[in-house]
Design a protein around this ligand. Structure first.
Ligand code: AHR
Length: 496
């Protein structure tokens, strides 16, 4: 028997935070403008300026939180430029992303109101690289102070009497790079200093996140934890999946099996990174109070030919869906440390669940994976045992696990199992058994996302080419059943 899965229903882990299924919207290309926001006067159907189709699609996958305004843009963003009458808002050059003029028509009010509309938590990223402590302090006061203060009065003058809720705030972004090219020691000092003024004005405590390492920069984690652990609730981590590497990006849609294999291999690397950073954090935080916040993850391919390379617009194929499935199974299994994650980015940028073109919208294969995994949000992690064959592209080289898995128990008592099969040529017959479950499991239903090509995708002419379909599965007998995963597939099995 090549593969097998056991779910230990009586070995309960931590809750998989809903926020692990979070999103990221930066002032970059067509993410905000065109992707989320078209303005109230647009002929594109909208709710007070927000695209109606996009809002509905995000509600369907139960978007738990949204990060904004960057990314690299965050450390160039001056929030006061984005409030008040639109015609008076200051314009700026978005130097990081295409050198286009940013008119600041989407600012704090537009973002916070969007979070209310989506019923998701706001995650705001502050400016350390080119901002001041006073600016950051006043922004927090503007968003959250309920009383008579200069910033609360300014907010009211701009049309919002009551403060918003601000559950998450990150002090800078990638401060080892675009956020100021700092050393970890320097940033640790800046973090301690800036975070002091991220005040809690009401009873709701802001979860303070320190800008974390890039990929395998373990020194950054070590220094930040040593110097500032007691002043943070979370530490961020950024890791993107490339086919090769950042300096040599490859096409999102034109690749062979080697490109498929390398990309999935790099997706598996996320788990190693999370484990290693978490081990360092354990030294200073053995109780795991501090969350690892993977607030940028996803595939980074070459920009779609014919588009502005600074806009990072890329298509999204079945390969991206497998990357999402593998990564999210990894996050679920490490729910003890990973408390939030944000896929980069929400619309029209990098590994987007949503693509838009004028009035049209397409849901990508990645969107469908988020939909298939949504029952894990807020559920309790269950321990799993996985025996998996290897998937090798080159028989003489080391392979990767063909299967990945995670399982959870919802408050309604349903067990959700998500499984990926990375092998593009071979189906996987997998005996699944559940041990230690209190009642008899009688029902099983499953759905599968696959296609006949590794690079199958949804475009505006064929929006439903890749989507989840029902997968035949027999009812469990004595807690066991057999699952047949097609080659290159993502499967969700629900048991009750
Ligand atoms: O998501 C695109 C960019 O990638 C972000 O702005 C930055 O933080 C990262 O390098």
């Amino acid at each position: 028997m090549e593969h097998a899965i056991i779910v230990y229903a009586n070995q309960k882990g931590p809750v998989i935070e809903r926020d692990v299924y979070g999103h990221f919207s930066e002032h970059l290309g067509r993410c905000i403008y065109g992707g989320l926001w078209v303005g109230p006067d647009s002929p594109i159907p909208n709710i007070r300026g927000y695209r109606k189709d996009v809002v509905e699609a995000l509600k369907k996958i139960r978007i738990p939180n949204l990060r904004w305004p960057g990314g690299c843009f965050a450390d160039e963003y001056h929030w006061k430029d984005g409030i008040g009458p639109k015609e008076e808002r200051k314009r700026m050059v978005n130097t990081h992303w295409g050198g286009v003029v940013e008119d600041n028509s989407f600012g704090t009010h537009e973002f916070m109101d969007l979070c209310e509309l989506l019923e998701c938590k706001a995650y705001v990223n502050g400016n350390v690289g080119s901002g001041t402590i006073q600016e950051m302090q006043e922004w927090v006061e503007y968003m959250t102070f309920d009383g008579d203060s200069p910033m609360a009065r300014l907010r009211a003058k701009n049309g919002r009497e009551k403060p918003w809720k601000l559950p998450y705030f990150c002090v800078g972004n990638e401060n080892w790079g675009c956020g100021g090219n700092m050393t970890p020691e320097h940033y640790a000092d800046r973090y301690r200093n800036f975070q002091t003024y991220v005040r809690n004005y009401g009873k709701d405590k802001i979860y303070k996140i320190a800008g974390g390492p890039n990929v395998a920069d373990y020194k950054w984690t070590e220094v930040l934890m040593r110097e500032a652990a007691r002043m943070m609730d979370g530490l961020s981590l950024h890791y993107y999946t490339y086919e090769e590497r950042w300096e040599d990006k490859k096409s999102a849609t034109v690749f062979d099996e080697l490109g498929w294999f390398k990309t999935l291999k790099n997706a598996y690397r996320m788990d190693e990174l999370v484990a290693n950073h978490s081990n360092i954090m354990d030294k200073y935080d053995p109780e795991k109070r501090i969350g690892l916040i993977v607030d940028e993850w996803g595939c980074w391919h070459e920009a779609e030919p014919g588009t502005n390379p600074g806009f990072l617009y890329q298509q999204n194929t079945l390969r991206d869906a497998l990357v999402a499935g593998i990564t999210l199974n990894g996050f679920n299994n490490r729910a003890d440390r990973v408390r939030m994650a944000n896929l980069a980015q929400l619309a029209n940028v990098l590994q987007s669940p949503i693509l838009t073109e004028g009035p049209d919208m397409v849901l990508t294969p990645t969107y469908h994976v988020l939909d298939m995994y949504k029952n894990h949000q807020g559920a309790t992690l269950l321990a799993t045992g996985l025996a998996t064959g290897e998937y090798r592209h080159d028989p003489s080289a080391k392979g990767i696990p063909a299967l990945s898995v995670s399982a959870s128990l919802s408050t309604a008592g349903e067990i959700t199992l998500t499984v990926t099969n990375a092998n593009p040529k071979k189906a996987a017959r997998v005996p699944v058994s559940v041990s230690g479950h209190s009642g008899a499991l009688k029902n099983a239903r499953a759905e599968v996302l696959t296609a006949d090509r590794m690079n199958a995708l949804n475009d505006f002419a064929h929006p439903d080419a890749v989507k989840a379909r029902p997968l035949a599965v027999a009812a469990p007998k004595d807690g066991s059943l057999e699952l047949e995963l097609p080659p290159m597939s993502v499967v969700t099995l629900t048991l009750s």
